[in-house]
Design a protein around this ligand. Sequence first.
Ligand code: MLT
Length: 408
Amino acid sequence: MVQVNENYLKLKAGYLFPEISKRVNAYIQNNSSCDIIKLGIGDVTEPLPKSCRDAMSKALNEMGTKDGFRGYGPEQGYPWLREKISDNDFISRGCQITPEEIFVSDGSKCDSSNILDILGNDNSIAVTDPVYPVYVDSNVMTGRTGESLQDGTYQGLIYLPINEENNFLPEIPTSKVDIIYLCFPNNPTGATITKVDLKKWVDYANQNNSLILFDAAYEAFIQDKELPHSIYEIDGAKDCAIEFRSFSKNAGFTGVRCAYTVIPKSISGLNSKSEEINLWSLWNRRQSTKFNGVSYIVQRGAEAVYSSDGKKEVKDLIGFYMENAKIMKNKLKTAGFTVYGGDNAPYIWIKVPDQMTSWDFFDYLLEKANVVGTPGSGFGLSGEGYFRLSAFNSREKVIDAMERIIRI
Ligand code: MLT
């Protein structure tokens, strides 16, 4: 028989969101008349922007013509999309990111895992705790950690707690770490980072030759004009940071699939002979071999995000979800909950009441209010005692969910 990748056997539990669905489905089976409201996984609910739909139908029709048909596209993405991204998301903010440094892909979740392909196995790795579980699980799967411990953490990973005491901002490590995952606006806590604080991380990374993997999938939700949308707004970041961006949450592409990763040409790592190797070249090589690009139709849809109508529609979508977040935060506060996040992110991070565990509160909300959220402990040890609610749902359902929670 074939040998399996035993690293998978180290994984402590199933992936968080399918695990939640399993529990919710089991509950529905036993309570067939219940009316569940899902504020768990951060999946969008509102229709795709019209400009994106129009661009995709036009592209589809082009594909039905002899002249407009396209087969494989460039593995890195079509130049016209990479140019729009560079101009609108970076140059307009003073970040000198060229189209060539942008790699269009089918998702940030995949890219933030696949990036490990070009990084050595012996790097020390730091993650915040709580954290988006993909960063941890993909390191476990590729053999970069030891076994899981009783408390659910993995040997070999460095955990940087984020909690009320440090205002959900990880402290800079006192010793050298090779790779650091940062996500701002943060999933799951909804916390943000200022330019001053992000500069401390960039300086740390440059002083220690570390690499920051910066997940900015939620940047579009930033309302505070002073906060950075990209790590490249910080001097020195082009020498130490890779950034992940997505069209999933801003333009509602969770089911369409389009994202991009920025790898500045100025970032290098070392080989075993201590020679400098350019990371851009390795990623370009990796993508050319393992990826055939995002479909032409979808890339045209993503391009439309940068049209004037597209920008307005995306702004309205973000405004809609952020209004949901505001309603949720206010109602929960009025009901006596301690609530974080939700001001510059679509996630509300609440303290679980009455000494319950996060999973106790999950069951309690499911049974008493038929509302689904995400237990904080699913994001890591330090998430215990917290609970995440997502602002992605219709206004009606969000209001209904809050009323149900207040009533119990
Ligand atoms: C979440 O709920 O944390 C997100 O849906 C994760 C993701 O975007 O993959």
